[in-house]
Design a binder for this molecule. Structure first.
Ligand SMILES: NC(=O)c1ccc[n+]([C@@H]2O[C@H](COP(=O)([O-])OP(=O)(O)OC[C@H]3O[C@@H](n4cnc5c(N)ncnc54)[C@H](O)[C@@H]3O)[C@@H](O)[C@H]2O)c1
Length: 344
């Protein structure tokens, strides 16, 4: 039986790893990606060299074009919806575009699923930004990091509180995804992802900070830290996330309409200052200055993974030290390519 998967944003950072993984498992992979992100064409070339994938250079804002693809591609087992405008700063500069891609674009994909493959499993890559500034959580300042008064981190019971246009558009899409399970009986889940990192992440200053720090350091660029460097994130290596996607596509019975917080958890959390220490341990000399906090920046976000561990039997495996080693060697190998991107 054909096991066909549609991956929107399949040429992006998370998308190309997802596509590669599922193609190697024998899935027929169909990608919808308009290649608007710098680096996505390179990711697509990397992918097509190793796996046979079908690519549509289509914008998810184009409802008709999206529908045509779903009409043509039959027997779809799953959809992993990753295409998005991904930077908070860009969303502040152009909120309407951010809304059109993230909220309306998601609705276009959901409608196509409802009309052409209502029995397929659907994953939405949501974000921890749906919890906003976490004003109800008590922040404690330690010498190298902020901490919170919640032992396991932030769970799904935390109130939604969208901050920044990006938070609003992703949060809006997150709610539609859950509601389409209630109202139209679709098999949807929303994974509210923390910071994801790994190779092929063409990180820039305002998105993909972990990769950006490494790229900038290897290329000898200066880095600005927004805030005081004590902000904490739990970090999840991309391969671990892809394994979670597989669990839902393969085994996600009766999970429709659920949201899960997904991240490295407390065990795999880091402050920027601690991250810099790891880079130093790996022989990188990093040069940085401090600047103002950005709108919507959380001081601490650590995902409480209890629900996803219990209901999907998944756990992050890769420690930040291991994952960072992988990126450092990828960046060192692709110095020229990354340098040409930076000078564009
Ligand atoms: N990387 C993270 O840390 C992180 C954390 C939380 C949530 N997410 C979510 O995961 C998803 C993937 O993130 P990523 O880091 O791989 O980003 P990415 O920018 O590398 O990938 C997104 C892909 O979508 C494509 N795209 C953008 N707009 C499009 C449009 N209008 N039509 C079709 N394709 C379009 C881009 O060309 C790119 O290839 C996003 O939805 C993002 O919001 C990412």
């Amino acid at each position: 039986m054909t096991r066909k998967l549609i991956i929107t944003g399949g040429a992006g950072f998370i998308g190309c790893h997802t596509a590669s993984y599922f193609a190697k498992k024998g899935y027929e992979v169909v990608i919808i990606d308009n290649l608007s992100r710098k680096g996505s064409l390179d990711n697509l070339n990397w992918l097509t060299k190793q796996s046979p994938v079908t690519h549509y250079k289509t914008d998810i804002q184009d409802k008709k074009a999206v529908e045509e693809i779903f009409k043509k591609e039959k027997k779809i087992k799953g959809i992993i919806h990753l295409a998005a405008q991904v930077a908070v700063t860009t969303s502040v500069i152009n909120p309407l575009n951010d809304f059109n891609v993230n909220a309306l674009g998601t609705l276009n994909i959901l409608e196509a699923v409802r009309n052409y493959c209502p029995n397929a499993r659907f994953i939405y890559s949501s974000t921890n930004k749906v919890y906003g500034l976490l004003n109800t959580v008590k922040i404690i300042e330690a010498p190298k990091r902020y901490e919170i008064n919640k032992k396991e981190g932030i769970s799904e019971s935390e109130p939604l509180d969208f901050h920044s246009p990006y938070g609003c558009s992703k949060g809006c899409a997150d709610q539609y995804v859950l509601d389409y399970a209630r109202i139209f009986n679709l098999q949807t889940v929303s994974f509210r992802q923390s910071c994801i990192y790994g190779e092929r992440q063409f990180g820039v200053e305002d998105q993909g900070w972990l990769a950006w720090f490494i790229i900038a350091t290897v290329l000898g660029r200066k880095i600005s830290i927004f805030g005081d460097g004590k902000q904490v994130r739990d970090v999840l290596y991309v391969q671990d996330l892809v394994e979670l996607y597989e669990k839902f596509i393969e085994q996600g019975n009766n999970l429709n309409g659920k949201a899960y917080n997904v991240g490295g958890g407390l065990k795999f959390s880091l402050s920027l200052l601690e991250f810099i220490d790891i880079l130093k341990d790996q022989g990188l000399e990093i040069s940085y200055t401090f600047g103002d906090w950005r709108p919507g920046d959380q001081k601490v976000f650590v995902s409480d993974n209890t629900k996803v561990i219990k209901e999907l039997g998944w756990e992050p495996k890769t420690s930040p030290v291991q994952g960072i080693q992988h990126i450092v060697s990828w960046v060192k190998k692709h110095r020229e390519l990354l340098s040409s991107f930076m000078s564009d």
